[in-house]
Design a protein around this ligand. Sequence first.
Ligand code: BT5
Length: 265
Amino acid sequence: MATPLSPDEIQRGLATQRLGRRVHYFGEMDSTNVYAHQLAEEGAAEGEIVIAEGQTLGKGRLGRKWVSPPYLNLYLSVIVRPKLPPAHASQITLMSAVALAETVQSFIAFPPDIKWPNDIMVRGKKLAGILTESSCEGDRIRFMVLGIGVNLNFPPELMPETIQDRATSIMMVTRRPVDRGAFTCRLIQNLDRCYGDLEDRGFSLMARRWESFFSLRGKRVRVEMTDEKILGKALGIDTDGALLLEDDQGAVRRIVAGDVIPADI
Ligand code: BT5
């Protein structure tokens, strides 16, 4: 069996301002996001982290599933309590995508792509995903749970057929197993730094960093929404994280949900 993560070692390896003072570690559980949500409801402090070696009901967005076999990858949820209005919650998601992309880059030695809104892709295959869930009350965010799943030592032969030709892992890219503890520490460290940067310097700088990983920027794309498809040029992201698309009539459209693909596919 692969080496388990050591929560003590992870905690000792951190020099963070806000995140990771407490790490809740489990062998196998349903979903770290579900558990973190429960902890936050019960008053857990900002920065508490839940890590599981495996998940039986790993969640993706919109009711989808996250394949989460034990002892190979990273499944982590972070509780944050940002002082932002609910309309700006997606700034936290985009900030997490930047921290995750920067962490992945430092392990594979070249920049991954961010697929809007927040999939991390390497050579066209999905390496990591983010699921943020918020609890709001009136005009404030009570808490958010940042759920991150990253394929680290996931070999292709253990991937279910549903994702086999669409998913990748750090090990598949570098051809070497990755130290999962080291990856976890660096990710938490980068999340802490980016969270601080967002607060101190504002979103527009973070948006520029996000766009630097957005390879479809300036390219012709097709946006597929539930009821509509639009062709146009991807311009970047707006202050609330919406995708800005210049359509063929020259109008700038704001896309809040949908799939963005290169127009030639
Ligand atoms: C996501 O959803 O990409 C968000 C995934 C978040 C997972 C983390 S793990 C820790 C925390 N606790 C949870 O319960 N969840 C979070 P979405 O964009 O909806 O993508 C889901 C789709 O990605 C699936 O329908 C599959 O096609 C594909 N997929 C599932 N598992 C995968 C994996 N391990 N690697 C690559 N692709 C996968």
